[in-house]
Ligand binder design. Structure first.
Ligand code: MG
Length: 344
């Protein structure tokens, strides 16, 4: 019997407006996808669209309509199905990964095993997650650092003309390890100027200092040898990685970019083959979206999976972050359930 698809928009509210170098939003509309099989088992997934990559909740709903006729008769038929999805809506990574996650959830539920176990992973190897401090006023930044007291690593959003003041504000408030994400907001000159300052403030690595296509500039920043350079916006799928190798030290995988759980695993393998660092990040997401990514974190070096922690109305329970440590659920499939106290 064919899988039945239901999609529902959920509006996530963040505790603070989430602002990065190219702007920000108060509310985030994500799409909750459910696939039901003939036995009444449900596979769940979430689309977390980003306007930067050309997606919104509305384009997700449109893409899901186009993908529905290509749902597999057998949910175990993951490889061919995901390839077909990528052919039908190549630009709609967030929409595709919602179905990819739902199919993986369904497969795990049929086998009564968590997805991490199907992949042969040890949940104890999941890294700690950083917590992101978005752009804000100095007072608000101090407040956010306070609120992040449970997190052992902070990721600071930069890419403005007041970056040094932001760093100083954070550093005065905490001595935790810091990571910096410029979200493509610097010029080459500015990035080279900032490197020794970042180093002085104890920053561990810098993410996407330059625009995505400026590989020469990224290579120049890396050649300074002051801090490792990780790219996010420059790296969407596994085939992007060979040309990045040698120019940067690592990649940041996001499911909303790469469009499939299996593609995320391919990205990890490809990056490792090139000796690169692997990080996993997220959008503003509920615990459903976060958990899909959390399942492969035992394979990565660094994680920034705070998307659900930034929200105040997460409808789901799944992977958790306890004292910064990512804990994978032990239930079958993705292991995500509804929070009983929540009505969207
Ligand atoms: Mg980033």
């Amino acid at each position: 019997m064919a899988l039945r698809l239901v999609a529902e928009v959920i509006t996530l509210k963040t505790k603070h407006p989430f602002v990065i170098a190219r702007g920000g939003d108060d509310d985030t509309r994500v799409v909750w996808v459910r696939l039901t099989d003939g036995d009444g088992l449900e596979g769940w997934g979430e689309a977390d669209p980003s306007r930067y990559y050309g997606e919104t909740a509305d384009t997700v709903l449109g893409a899901l309509k186009r993908l529905e006729p290509h749902l597999p008769a057998d949910p175990f038929d993951l490889d061919a199905t995901e390839a077909k999805f990528a052919q039908v809506v190549p630009k709609n990574g967030a929409a595709r990964v919602a179905l990819s996650a739902a199919l993986h959830d369904l497969v795990g539920k049929r086998l009564n095993q968590p997805v991490w176990r199907l992949w042969g992973l040890d949940p104890a190897r999941a890294p700690r997650s950083s917590f992101t401090i978005g752009l804000d006023t100095p007072e608000k930044i101090r407040q956010k650092v306070q609120e992040a007291s449970a997190y052992p690593i902070l990721k600071i959003k930069l890419g403005t003309d007041r970056d040094e003041a932001i760093l100083r504000t954070v550093r005065d408030a905490t001595d935790k390890p810091l990571r910096v994400d410029a979200n493509a907001g610097w010029t080459r000159e500015r990035a080279l100027h900032m490197l020794p300052i970042l180093k002085e403030f104890g920053v561990e690595f810098v993410e996407q200092p330059l625009p995505p296509d400026d590989l020469e500039g990224l290579a120049a920043v890396r050649r300074r040898g002051i801090l490792p350079v990780v790219v996010d916006e420059s790296c969407i799928v596994a085939t992007d990685i060979p040309r990045l190798a040698g120019a940067v030290d690592g990649i940041n995988i996001k499911l909303a970019k790469c469009g499939s759980l299996r593609e995320a695993l391919r990205m990890i393998a490809t990056a490792r083959a090139h000796g690169m660092l692997v990080m996993v990040g997220c959008m503003i997401e509920s615990s459903l979206g976060i958990t899909a990514a959390a399942h492969f974190t035992p394979l990565v070096d660094a994680a920034d999976l705070d998307g659900a922690a930034l929200t105040v109305n997460d409808p789901f329970l799944g992977a958790t972050i306890e004292g910064g440590q990512i804990r994978l659920p032990t239930g079958p499939g993705l292991g995500v359930r509804r929070r009983s106290d929540h009505t969207p």
